[in-house]
Design a protein around this ligand. Structure first.
Ligand SMILES: *[C@@H]1O[C@H](CO)[C@@H](O)[C@H](O)[C@H]1NC(C)=O
Ligand SMILES: *[C@@H]1O[C@H](CO)[C@@H](O)[C@H](O)[C@H]1NC(C)=O
Ligand SMILES: *[C@@H]1O[C@H](CO)[C@@H](O)[C@H](O)[C@H]1NC(C)=O
Ligand SMILES: *[C@@H]1O[C@H](CO)[C@@H](O)[C@H](O)[C@H]1NC(C)=O
Ligand SMILES: *[C@@H]1O[C@H](CO)[C@@H](O)[C@H](O)[C@H]1NC(C)=O
Ligand SMILES: *[C@@H]1O[C@H](CO)[C@@H](O)[C@H](O)[C@H]1NC(C)=O
Ligand SMILES: *[C@@H]1O[C@H](CO)[C@@H](O)[C@H](O)[C@H]1NC(C)=O
Ligand SMILES: *[C@@H]1O[C@H](CO)[C@@H](O)[C@H](O)[C@H]1NC(C)=O
Length: 673
């Protein structure tokens, strides 16, 4: 009944509790004068009132109903005499009981009794314990012997306290009674036992025919043996009380306090010790209030807690797996040397707020660039995500970029470190607050116009940066992608070269026939387009284009109104110079405010560097000397200008798909010319 509305999980736990209790046991004695119950499941008892046997095998005398009573009897009557006019024979009984109450006290108690009848319908509940009523209490016609376990002090019956064990003859005024408890065998000290302590305890009742000694002994269940000294004893000739034919059983009653009285096991024998009750097989007492707290725990708390635990475990596992994949990186042994420059992907992920689009600074030739903030150092960074599948060359690239970046050249964007993932390389640079140069050259707003002084300083800075890569670092590094959008401006508006060394990643080619040409249309030297071989002079060519771009404020290849009408900056500049109107070439947005000598020098350097023949171009060291005024640049001869004009620029420019506004960055050239 209790189980019927339980869910499967709580049933499962209940079954776990029940395993180990074992099945209740019933030993049928010889001519029914001997029995033993270890639990009452399937026992044939005569029950009345609130008495019932629970599914777990407990004999429940009262079920918590207030002012109720219940009785249970061994169904077969005992024959107390061994001859028709004989005396009551010796007998022994033992039982295990427990009282459950929502408080630490209970009402009222129970008795084990021997009586001529099983009919106790006339007895009263409450203080009468279901044994007698107000009118027959103490009457000799009752022929009742009982042992009471009383939890209420009733002065009208001469009770000694609210927790006593008494020997009763025909009524509730005990012949003898003692506080509940037992004497230790070892030292003889008395230990109190509280009946309503929710703990099961065992009671032994022994009657000796010869001495008429009645002894009642009790002990807690965890004590192995019956104490030698009884709790209460008296002499009373039961032959004067009991009839030959008598029933043995229990009575119990409640008052107003919600209480349950249980019997867990019971044994009886005539002329001998009561059979031992198998304590290991006894059903368990319910804890506290059976219909309340305990089942509430089983039915609600347990399943909910289980579900929460499972859910949390699942969530944790999911998060761990997700983190594992989200932040997965590639690390190899050789990277140990670059440890200080290694960033964890997790840090970069968080510093850029998960590579949010709002942090996107730009989409460059090699990948997207995101702005980020390192949480510990509060340093602003720019993170470039470069897709990179090949393992080839990555070790050399990282060695190179780390060692260039470490030298902190003031004309290069400071490189902080890197991170590797599957198919991806992340490069971390210091954030340049003023962005890239092209924004100032071609920006819509007038207030972004750069003064000539700024422009000239930027040209010098980039020349110095490029000189460093070509000649001053331990190896020759070809930048391969010099252009206005790769020049970044620091907080003092100094130009700094970005993306140094990056082009190397794409330089797998020894065989020019299969080389991917890297660079930007308009900045590609003619021989680079033919051979695919990037060299310092190809950088010089791109630098020349860059200088003209900064000076004239125009892109190297400018699509004026229509696609067919491309303006090639170098052609246009040479044309103007030949006509002697060099001031027309300068950026109109300067509004004539510039240093004529410097502007003239810049145009000259731009043209010299853009020479179609690699050998005719100056080196970056020479360019630096011209810019610093240490050496005069050679005169622009008419022969040279003629040559440059006759050299066809168009064919190789047009051989590229120039559909957008010129900044297609990686172009594939199959074969050369
Ligand atoms: C219980 O015992 C009584 C008395 O011996 C008997 O009449 C009855 O049939 C028994 N009931 C069961 C179910 O065994
Ligand atoms: C207690 O037993 C009586 C009589 O069998 C019954 O009417 C009552 O519903 C029971 N109370 C509980 C709480 O089980
Ligand atoms: C038993 O007692 C009755 C009356 O008290 C008596 O008549 C009878 O003889 C006695 N029987 C024996 C065997 O003593
Ligand atoms: C029950 O508990 C209360 C408070 O804990 C205490 O005062 C009282 O004496 C206890 N009663 C019994 C019968 O143990
Ligand atoms: C008291 O109990 C006896 C025996 O069961 C019964 O005969 C009698 O009627 C009861 N008296 C009252 C007042 O209930
Ligand atoms: C008496 O003996 C028992 C069992 O050995 C022990 O638990 C108890 O404390 C002893 N009492 C005294 C007063 O020595
Ligand atoms: C046992 O209980 C009685 C009555 O309640 C009390 O007088 C006595 O002091 C208690 N003894 C011990 C050892 O607690
Ligand atoms: C007990 O009482 C009966 C009947 O009066 C008597 O025959 C018997 O001798 C008594 N027993 C003792 C031990 O006094």
């Amino acid at each position: 009944m209790i189980m019927s509305n339980m869910n499967p999980i709580s049933l499962f736990f209940l079954e776990l509790l029940l395993i180990g209790l074992g099945a209740p046991q019933f030993i049928a004695g010889d001519d029914s004068q001997r029995f033993a119950y270890s639990g009452f499941a399937n026992a044939n008892l005569t029950l009345d009132g609130t008495a019932s046997v629970t599914p777990s095998g407990l004999l429940e005398l009262t079920n918590g109903t207030a002012m109720s009573k219940g009785h249970a009897f061994y169904p077969v009557p005992l024959r107390l005499h061994d001859s028709p006019n004989g005396t009551v024979q010796s007998f022994s009984a033992s039982f295990v009981f427990g009282i459950i109450s929502i408080y630490n006290f209970s009402s009222h108690g129970l008795t084990m009794l021997v009586a001529p009848s099983k009919d106790f319908s006339g007895a009263n509940p409450v203080q009468y314990l279901g044994l007698v009523n107000g009118s027959n209490n103490g009457k000799t016609t009752n022929h009742i012997f009982a042992v009471e376990l009383d939890t209420w002090l009733n002065p009208e019956f001469g009770d000694i306290n609210n927790n006593h064990v008494g020997i009763d003859i025909n009524g509730l005024n005990s012949v003898q009674s003692q506080p509940g408890g037992f004497f230790h065998d070892q030292n003889g000290t008395f230990k109190n036992l509280t009946f309503s302590s929710q703990e099961a305890m065992q009671v032994w009742v022994d009657y000796d025919r010869e001495t008429t000694q009645i002894e009642v002994t009790m002990a807690p269940l965890d004590m192995a043996a019956k104490p030698k000294r009884p709790t209460v004893s008296t002499r009373y000739n039961l032959s004067l009380v009991l009839k030959d034919v008598a029933y043995i059983g229990f009575s119990s009653s409640t008052g107003k306090i919600n209480t349950q009285h249980y019997v867990l096991g019971w044994s009886f024998a005539m002329n001998g010790a009561a059979p031992a009750i198998n304590l290991a097989m006894l059903p368990k007492l319910p804890r506290h209030h059976p219909k309340g707290h305990r089942y509430w725990v089983l039915e609600i708390v347990l399943p909910v807690a289980t579900a929460i635990v499972l859910l949390s475990l699942g969530t944790i596992a999911f998060i761990l797996v997700q983190r594992h994949f989200r932040y997965a990186e590639i690390r190899e042994d050789w990277e140990v040397d670059f440890g200080p420059h290694r960033f964890s992907y997790k840090d970069l992920f968080h510093s850029t707020e998960g590579f949010e689009n709002k942090n996107l600074l730009g989409v460059g030739g090699f990948g997207r660039v995101y702005k980020g903030l390192l949480p510990r150092s509060r340093l602003k960074i720019a993170v470039k995500r470069v897709s990179h599948d090949s393992k080839q060359g990555i070790k050399e690239f990282i060695a190179e970029i780390v060692s260039i970046g470490c030298l902190q050249n003031r004309n290069l964007v400071p490189f902080l470190g890197y991170c590797r993932r599957k198919g991806e390389l992340l490069l971390v640079y210091e954030y340049m607050p003023n962005g890239s140069l092209d924004k100032y050259l071609y920006g819509k707003e007038d207030n972004t116009v750069l003064s000539w002084a700024h422009r000239f300083r930027i040209i010098k800075g980039i020349a110095a940066g490029l000189l460093y890569l070509h000649e001053e670092w331990e190896k020759v590094v070809v930048h391969r992608d010099i252009k206005a959008s790769n020049v970044l401006l620091d907080d003092e508006m100094n130009g700094r070269l970005g993306d140094f060394g990056l082009a190397r990643l794409y330089d797998h080619g020894i065989d020019p026939q299969t080389t991917d040409v890297v660079g930007t249309i308009g900045y590609l030297a003619p021989e680079l387009a033919r051979s695919g071989n990037a060299t310092p002079p190809t950088d010089v060519f791109a630098f020349g284009m860059f200088v003209l771009e900064v000076t004239c404020g125009q892109r190297p290849v400018n699509h004026q109104n229509t696609e067919d009408n491309q303006l090639i900056l170098i052609d246009w500049v040479i044309d103007k110079v030949q006509k002697g109107s060099f001031s027309d070439t300068l950026d109109a947005r300067l509004k004539g405010s510039y240093d004529v000598g410097e502007a003239c020098l810049a145009l000259t350097i731009g043209i010299l560097c853009s020479h179609p023949f690699a050998k005719a171009r100056p080196t970056m060291r020479q360019v630096m000397q011209y810019l610093n005024g240490e050496t005069e640049p050679p005169e622009l001869s008419f022969e040279m200008l003629d040559l440059m004009q006759n050299e066809e620029f168009e064919p190789y420019i047009i051989s590229y798909p120039v559909s957008s506004t010129s900044i297609a960055t990686m172009s594939h050239v199959s074969g050369g010319r």
